[in-house]
Write a protein that binds this ligand. Structure first.
Ligand code: SAM
Ligand code: SF4
Length: 360
């Protein structure tokens, strides 16, 4: 077992789908929130559990939204996720085909599924669309359920196709034996890897996790105490007892590496000339806010003589954007109720603001 430079742990080789993901080069293609399962640790927010589709943070109205987002990200591949993408198989297949047609055969696509809907027919559709890698997340923590039995039968059918097959499950503390069982099953079938996720809380699963006695590692982290250790135990065991590749994907990898790398790829394609790109891949610039934006714009151009190419009137966000140095000069020169801030935003479709500091 080795620690990777991405704060994760690996036995053997990193799955193909993960190689591009850690570099932030995988588009997250959420094809539907619909899912036949109800995992107690499900991190999806209520509005993501509906039949909605997103390319990263961008809602998909038609396939052009997917292409546009992939271009902004300079994506080299995609991870198809949900919900269970097989709940809307024809849509999922259409999106995979679109990506392969527009970005070429080498654009690597992997997909996550429970396995419950992985009938021969559905698997054939995915394979024919060009899917490169499939990751199964069966209900291993409820081994007596009908759902689980069906999923396991379906997974066996995936080995009739020539693609990479792996498992992906969260490391639930205390459930190591179930995960080892799954690893042995995958190994026996001839799968390539088992990916294990450090368990994380979200607003939606917090109560369920707490009621099972699970706690976070600290107030600053979403990782669950004991999950990393549990994952490491399985990797150590797996290295000796199976011939699978393993990857233990940590909360830190997702947060500090994968997200940051994706933001950096996007930032250089969406930054306007007055924006700085930070080390974290966020956009930093100044804004001026005032009740009457047109009046303020007029004042900046005609009275303060700010060249128009330095200003951007953002009506949607009700503000005028500009270089930080310009705002620093204006803040002393302009009297009244105009407020200046330095803001830092994600370069994503939803432009989440992560910091706002008033200029005084
Ligand atoms: C986010 S899901 C997306 C696809 C699908 N909904 C599923 O669960 O398989 C991808 C992987 O995340 C993992 N996962 C689910 N809930 C998690 C949680 N609360 N914390 C960390 N990983 C989780 C599972 O191992 C799953 O295979
Ligand atoms: S399979 Fe995924 S989307 Fe479905 S309930 Fe479980 S965690 Fe949530």
């Amino acid at each position: 077992m080795k620690e990777t430079k991405y704060h994760s742990y690996v036995v053997g080789e990193l799955p193909e789908g993960c190689k591009l993901c850690v570099n932030g080069a995988k588009l997250v293609l959420f094809t539907t929130g619909i899912c036949p399962r109800e995992c107690f640790y499900c991190p999806l927010s209520p509005w993501r559990r509906e039949d909605v589709s997103y390319a990263n943070e961008r809602p998909i109205k038609n396939v052009n939204d997917i292409i546009e987002e992939a271009k902004i990200q300079e994506a080299l591949g995609a991870g198809v996720t949900g919900g269970d993408p097989l709940s809307r198989i024809d849509r999922t297949v259409k999106y995979i085909r679109t990506l392969k047609e527009n970005f070429g055969k080498r654009f690597h696509i992997h997909l996550y599924t429970t396995g419950l809907l992985a009938t021969k027919e559905n698997l054939e559709k995915l394979y024919n669309a060009g899917l490169d890698e499939i990751r199964f997340h069966p209900d291993i923590f409820n081994p007596n359920s009908n759902i689980f039995q069906k999923e396991i039968e379906n997974i066996k059918g995936a080995f009739d196709f020539e693609w990479d097959i792996g498992g992906e499950v969260p490391a639930v503390p205390g459930q190591e034996e179930r995960i080892k069982w799954y690893a042995e099953f995958l190994d026996k079938q001839g799968a390539k890897f088992l990916n294990i996720n450090e368990l994380e809380f979200s607003e939606t699963n917090l109560d369920a996790l707490l009621s099972r006695g699970l706690r976070t590692v600290s107030d600053e982290s979403s990782a669950i105490k004991g999950s990393l250790k549990s994952g490491l135990t399985i990797l150590e065991w797996g290295e000796k007892n199976t011939s699978l590749n393993y990857h233990l994907c940590t909360a830190k990898l997702k947060d500090a590496i994968q997200l940051k790398n994706r933001l950096k790829r996007m930032a250089k394609n969406v930054a306007r000339p007055y924006m700085e790109i930070t080390q974290d891949g966020t956009l930093k610039f100044a804004v001026a806010e005032y009740e009457n934006l047109m009046e303020l714009y007029d004042l900046l151009v005609n009275d303060a003589k700010v060249p128009e190419e330095w200003l951007y009137l953002n009506l949607k966000k009700r503000r005028i954007e500009m270089p930080i140095e310009v705002a620093e000069e204006l803040v002393d020169a302009i009297e009244g109720d105009v407020k200046f801030y330095v803001v830092e935003e994600y370069p994503t479709w939803d432009r989440i603001e992560v910091e706002r500091i008033p200029l005084l």
